[in-house]
Design a protein around this ligand. Structure first.
Ligand SMILES: NC(=O)c1ccc[n+]([C@@H]2O[C@H](COP(=O)([O-])OP(=O)(O)OC[C@H]3O[C@@H](n4cnc5c(N)ncnc54)[C@H](O)[C@@H]3O)[C@@H](O)[C@H]2O)c1
Length: 433
């Protein structure tokens, strides 16, 4: 079949959906992106996105404009339109978590919209991260409300999304994937569709639940491993030794591979992972003490970072001001969802400090946002480095120290280990994790 006859509807045009939709379009498919956010749809159709993705030297904006111009991709707020013209449907709408509880409403709405336009022979691939059991327990019955039957009239598969933001195009292509089908035919059909984009192996699993659980555990394993080194950082600080030196030397052991500590764990994926397991575990009466403790350790890191600010602040918090450099949930990202920077800023403000935060890659604006590095630093008593970004230039520490409040010893809390090994100008205190 010629690629332009492969018609794909991608539901959800966020950090996963937009680059995924473009990945199919770039390979010649005809792709319709669907999102309930009308403003986002309009923005995308006018060639604008704030994502920090690129593929073979082309930025995502250029890719988006090229695919729009070629007519291979368009976005819409009307699911019926996409369902009428496409027989391959990929759902990237996820489950946001609030106070540890996943919210199913967006996914339910999305699946209902898909069901309303479902046709005989359609393939539906769920790609968002699920509470294990939900493809069978929630998606399948909602789709069957259409009157069509999985396995007879339509194909249903679950294939977990494993990309990291910032590497989406490359990882859609080269990251091995997993596919669980309602039956073998569905799994094979989903694998055939996904292999238009993915060159790496797409392994078939025995059922949806294996893939759903593997996905959540992949993220939980990151959470647990990060918690280990975050706890180690607190210990090393108390002992008075450098945690990064400890890790580098421990990693010379051939079977040890410690990660690096940081100001906390942010983003949509890792902090939410445990909360996708707990509903199912609770239902089954299974406790997950190790995973819960790890989550708690990582949630406490922002308070640890704030304690380092308080230790170095030479004025009462009520008159103190600090600059936060980088609010993204990780380096070089525009995504500040669940970012530890927000928790840190909240704790600092609650302690009475004024915060000015600069992050040129994050489009969201807050009451503490500063428009430039200078505006964040000018007159602050100290600075916190929470994420690396292209526009945060830390090359001239003398200049930075000069911008910080000169009357009292200024400080930098370097939560990203960026200034390690650098010559520190006299009068400036730099403290790592
Ligand atoms: N961001 C990542 O790097 C990443 C990596 C792996 C897996 N995932 C998983 O992929 C899923 C999507 O993540 P994301 O980061 O792209 O989320 P996102 O919030 O950036 O995007 C979701 C999009 O879905 C839209 N939406 C909500 N309800 C809708 C509906 N009824 N119909 C159509 N669109 C609707 C939202 O407006 C939003 O634009 C989540 O399950 C997430 O856990 C994300």
């Amino acid at each position: 079949m010629s690629r332009e006859n492969i018609r794909v509807a991608v539901f959800g045009l966020g950090f996963v959906g937009l680059p995924l939709a473009l990945s199919f379009a770039m390979r010649g498919c005809t792709v319709c992106g669907v999102d309930v956010n009308e403003e986002l749809v309009e923005e995308i159709n006018s060639g604008v996105t704030y994502h920090q993705e690129s593929y073979r030297g082309l930025g995502i904006r250029e890719i988006l404009r090229r695919e729009l111009d070629a007519g291979r991709f368009s976005a819409t707020g009307r699911p019926g339109e996409a369902m009428a013209s496409c027989d391959n449907i990929i759902i990237t709408v996820g489950l946001p978590v609030s106070d540890g509880v996943p919210y199913y409403g967006h996914l339910e709405d999305c699946v209902r919209a898909v069901a309303a336009g479902l046709k005989k022979g359609d393939l539906v691939v769920v790609r968002g991260t699920m509470v294990p059991g939900m493809t069978r327990g929630l998606v399948l019955p909602l789709l069957e409300e259409s009157g069509l039957k999985a396995g007879e009239d339509f194909y249903l598969a679950y294939s977990s999304e494993r990309i990291a933001e910032g590497k989406a195009f490359e990882e859609f292509e080269n990251m091995p994937g997993l596919v669980g089908g309602y039956d073998e035919k569905a799994a094979l059909r989903a694998r055939e569709l996904l292999s238009v984009v993915t060159r790496a192996e797409l392994a078939l699993a025995s059922c949806f639940e294996v893939v759903e659980t593997a996905k959540v555990v992949e993220n939980v394993s990151r959470d647990v491993n990060i918690a280990l080194v975050n706890e180690l950082a607190v210990f090393c600080k108390a002992v008075g030794i450098d945690v990064f030196e400890v890790i580098a030397l421990a990693n010379t052991h051939k079977r040890v591979s410690l990660l690096v500590p940081g100001p906390g764990v942010g983003g949509y994926c890792i902090p939410n992972a445990l909360h996708y397991l707990t509903p199912k575990a609770g239902e089954l009466g299974v406790d997950l003490p190790l995973m819960k403790t790890a989550r708690q350790v990582n949630e406490e890191m922002p308070a640890h970072v704030v304690s380092l600010v308080m230790k170095n602040l030479r004025v009462p918090p009520s008159v103190g001001r600090v600059a936060v450099l980088g609010i993204a949930m990780k380096d070089y990202s525009s995504d500040d969802r669940c970012s530890p920077a927000h928790r840190i800023i909240n704790l600092l403000e609650r302690a009475g400090l004024e915060v000015r935060a600069f992050d040129p890659a994050v489009p969201a604006r807050y009451h503490f946002s500063a428009d430039s590095l200078e505006k964040a630093l000018e007159g602050a008593h100290g600075a916190l480095i929470l994420a690396r970004q292209e526009g945060i230039d830390l090359s001239d520490l003398e200049r930075i120290a000069g911008m910080l409040n000169g009357g009292i010893t200024p400080f930098i809390i370097d939560a990203k280990n960026i200034l390690r090994g650098r010559k520190i100008p006299p009068g400036l205190v730099v403290e790592g994790l």
